[in-house]
Design a binder for this molecule. Structure first.
Ligand code: 3HC
Length: 331
């Protein structure tokens, strides 16, 4: 689906190039892909670095709420599954940092921005995981919302991003199923277990809906990102689609959504939901959510603890390079 393209002017920092601009416009209009060596407007590059790096940070910080339960998982099997899932998130972060690097932004710089508190990551990961059922609710709701948002990104116009998203979405599907299965088991367990599952769904539902970003009227980036075929749907469109998916699945779980205003509007053919607390969303984005400080502190500690690994890897790479250069000289 090609969107009508508004003329894009290159901005300072990227040499203007009429031929490059024309080629870029043609590729976007044909709904084809921009690759790293292609000319692109500076604003397109900047938007991609912004979105991809925020996404990468979300995957890395998102390891924390669930890692909180690895040592307390209720069985060896659950522990193994959860460890694999948390490792998958680290892998997603790596694919995405690599995609951002193809745009000329070193991962080290992105990481420094994150630990300095200058970069955004998803609001959802600033909420605490209070019970084992939260691991189920994260898998079902949070990974479910991630899939709904990210499947269209597999068709993003920037090649390395779209290709990374294909791999990520495959793994997210497994994540969502494991979350659903945890909740199903709890919902079919004792009354206390069922209540624990319902309580987790009650707490994660609204923050999961906010993952899709602010309402369309309040989303400064959507229009241009959609014109560039980076985003394919607006924030509200994806949020509404997600609510519809959850309505069906929550019935199978035997639980309820904490929203008595959910309904399908026949006229617009869209799902509607109750109001969301956008003041809370803004607070979380401003760094004042329940766990913002803790999440950043842990990330900083982990980064410092990993310094020796980075140094060892850099020393090894240097030795390999020197050895290769010597071999080339001999030859
Ligand atoms: N949390 C934090 N910041 C958010 C946000 C959220 N849920 N939603 C929007 N924002 C920020 C935007 O980044 C933007 O800030 P900036 O201009 O300073 O960069 C501002 O709020 C305005 O929002 P817009 O709607 O204009 O921004 P976008 O057009 O970029 O849309 C988005 C926001 C829908 C999140 C889009 O960036 C996107 O689709 N990103 C890729 C997916 C992603 O990053 N998901 C994060 C979750 S990752 C995950 O879920 C991991 C999995 O393992 C569970």
């Amino acid at each position: 689906m090609a969107h009508k393209l508004e003329p894009v002017s290159s901005t300072a920092g990227e040499p203007a190039d009429d031929a490059g601009q024309a080629a870029f416009d043609r590729i976007i209009a044909a709904d084809s892909r921009i690759e790293p060596r292609d000319w692109m407007p500076a604003a397109y590059r900047k938007t991609l670095v912004r979105q991809i790096s925020q996404h990468a940070h979300s995957e890395i910080v998102g390891m924390q709420p669930e890692a909180n339960w690895i040592s307390r998982a209720p069985s060896l099997k659950r522990k193994a599954i959860l460890m694999a899932k948390v490792q998958d998130e680290a892998g997603h972060g790596l694919y995405l940092y690599s995609a951002a690097e193809t745009l000329g932004t070193p991962r080290q710089q992105l990481t420094e921005d994150l630990i300095a508190g200058k970069a955004r990551y998803s609001s959802i990961f600033n909420y605490p995981t209070r019970s084992w059922a939260d691991v189920g609710a994260i898998g079902w709701l949070v990974d479910g919302a991630a899939i709904c948002n990210q499947v269209p990104l597999c068709r993003a116009s920037y090649g390395p991003y779209g290709r990374a998203m294909v791999r990520i979405c495959k793994e997210e599907s497994f994540h969502q199923r494991q979350g659903f299965e945890i909740l199903l088991e709890l919902a079919q367990g004792t009354p206390e277990q069922k209540q624990m599952a319902q309580d987790a769904v009650n707490r994660w539902y609204a923050p999961a809906l906010m993952m899709f970003g602010p309402p369309d009227d309040d989303s400064p980036n959507s229009k241009q990102s959609m014109a560039w075929n980076i985003k394919r749907f607006s924030n509200d469109e994806l949020r509404q689609r997600f609510v519809g998916m959850m309505v069906e699945q929550v019935e199978v779980l035997g639980l309820t959504l904490p929203d008595d205003q959910v309904r399908f509007d026949e006229e617009s053919q869209k799902w509607e939901h109750g109001p969301l607390d956008w003041d809370e969303f803004k607070e979380v984005l401003a760094g004042r959510g329940p766990c913002n400080a803790q999440r950043l502190e842990r990330r900083r500690e982990a980064h410092e603890d990993g310094a020796w690994v980075r140094e060892a890897a850099a020393a090894y790479a240097l030795r390999q390079r020197n050895a290769q250069e010597q071999n080339e000289e001999v030859a």
